[in-house]
Design a protein around this ligand. Sequence first.
Ligand code: 6GU
Length: 255
Amino acid sequence: MENIEKKPIVKFKVITIFPDFFKPMLEYGVFSRAYKKGLISFETIDLRDFTNDNYKSVDDEPYGGGSGMVFKPVPLGKAIKKAKSKKETKVVYLTPSGRVFNSDIAKELAKEEELVFICGRYEGIDQRIVDLYVDYEVSIGDYVISGGEPAAMVVIDAIARHVEGVVKEMESVVKDSFYDGLLDYPHYTRPETYNGRKVPEVLLSGDHKRIELWREKMKLVETLTKRPDLLEKAKLTQTQKKLLTEIKEQLRKLT
Ligand code: 6GU
């Protein structure tokens, strides 16, 4: 595979009031394997360790009144300073007000050596923390979840997949949905007939050129029918443009 940039190891550090939330990530699956192999490092930082009152309070009422609580700047600022081992370290704040996370952001962040994540709860964090320390505000979609922790897991997993060696075959990352801005082609495995439905004949042909072409075409069909918005942004190759014209022509004839 050409054009796969070599990535350095990435250190993930997560500031949270629920460090145990992240334990399963280190126990199961691709991320855990990469962690155990030392390809990535992962550390949680308990925000309560940076409080100095008996109640270990991390939040307070918002100035100006209103509902909800806000993460206080003092403990959070201390936690961020502790987490960053150098001043170039990027800080990512998980918030529904952020830029919607995607494969391009994942690839970009995978080039960093160290990343600090802030998981918010309640109404959010003091704005001065955002202004002073945050480099990226990231959301995982247009809905609200109760805290940044599941969002951090999603984002960290997606970034780790772009780090060299994390996914056994970089080829499968390159072929994943979204790597080139398109959805993936459909996949089939044994048996050849399931509930009366046969696997597409081309996949049984052994003709690798034809299979490759079918898959390229199906990626376009999938994207055109399910996520046409992606096609507008995708940088298509000449072959893909030609295939797309053919597909649209065939669809026109059907309707
Ligand atoms: Cl990053 N956090 C929260 N609390 N809700 C979200 C989100 C993040 N992204 C989408 N919804």
